[in-house]
Write a protein that binds this ligand. Structure first.
Ligand SMILES: [Zn+2]
Ligand SMILES: [Zn+2]
Length: 251
């Protein structure tokens, strides 16, 4: 059975947010606090292979903490810094073998611009063994069926992924109508709930609850959580909970 580990459950600032002294951020400094949230990414283990979704700026810390011994492939949702800045820390895993990274054509352009020194032979004598692959349609990888889901995350179009009967959609304001049928019958939903009020590029926790109700997954975990959401307080509907760093989910 595939297992997903939440490597990071935080929004783009992470929690504690640097410079912030709010209660949630202060609680984040307590030992083993669930209010300590590194930037959003997940590890999926299946058939002895390790697949990552997103490479956050905290990837190095996440990899060491979770004892990730090898990486076989990565999926990237979009080109924002909190989803791709860990790419350079993938290099230590690519010493022995090539690692394919799958993303939309737009996201690949962003990665090539940001990490020009890793992919341009004229600027780097030692080209990385990390290779970039465009996706547009569903594909299979290490025994898993993966369908990219188009998501609206203004001003970008970004991707979520349906993997078997699990959907992972961390950066989201809304789902396009054409994406909803691709999520029919999901059993597990991991979806972004970034703040406690409406924001132009991310769902609030209330919008996330409404989407989860509409998609009717058996279990929903909220992720990409900012410091305006307190792990201790929200009374969430049955079957819904806040994710936290280190949470493992079988699917
Ligand atoms: Zn704060
Ligand atoms: Zn984003």
């Amino acid at each position: 059975m595939p297992t997903l580990t939440i490597l990071g459950s935080g929004s783009s600032y992470g929690v504690p947010a640097p410079g912030c002294t709010c209660l949630v951020c202060r609680q984040g400094f307590q030992p083993n606090s669930k209010q300590y949230r590194t930037r959003s990414s997940v590890l999926i283990e299946n058939q002895g292979k390790n697949l990552l979704i997103d490479l956050s700026p905290d990837f190095r810390e996440q990899a060491l903490k979770n004892n990730i011994s090898c990486v076989d492939a990565c999926l990237i949702t979009h080109g924002h810094a909190d989803s791709i800045m860990g790419l350079q820390d993938l290099r230590s895993y690519s010493q022995e073998k090539e690692i394919p990274v799958f993303a939309s054509p737009e996201t690949i352009q962003g990665i090539q611009k940001m990490f020009y020194y890793m992919f341009d032979a004229k600027k780097n004598a030692h080209i990385s063994r990390i290779t970039l692959h465009e996706f547009s349609k569903p594909f299979s990888l290490h025994g898993l069926k993966i369908a990219p889901i188009e998501v609206i995350h203004p001003p970008l179009s970004t991707a979520g992924f349906r993997i078997q009967d699990l959907a992972h959609i961390p950066d989201i304001k809304t789902l396009s109508e054409k994406s909803k049928p691709l999520l029919e019958g999901i059993k597990t939903l991991i979806v972004g709930a970034t703040g406690d009020e409406s924001y132009y590029s991310h769902q609030s926790i209330f919008e996330a609850i409404a989407l989860a109700r509409e998609l009717k997954a058996e279990k929903t975990f909220f992720t990409h959580i900012g410091h305006r959401i307190d792990h201790i307080k929200p009374a969430l509907p049955s079957g819904m909970q806040l994710a936290f760093d280190g949470l493992k989910i079988e699917f």
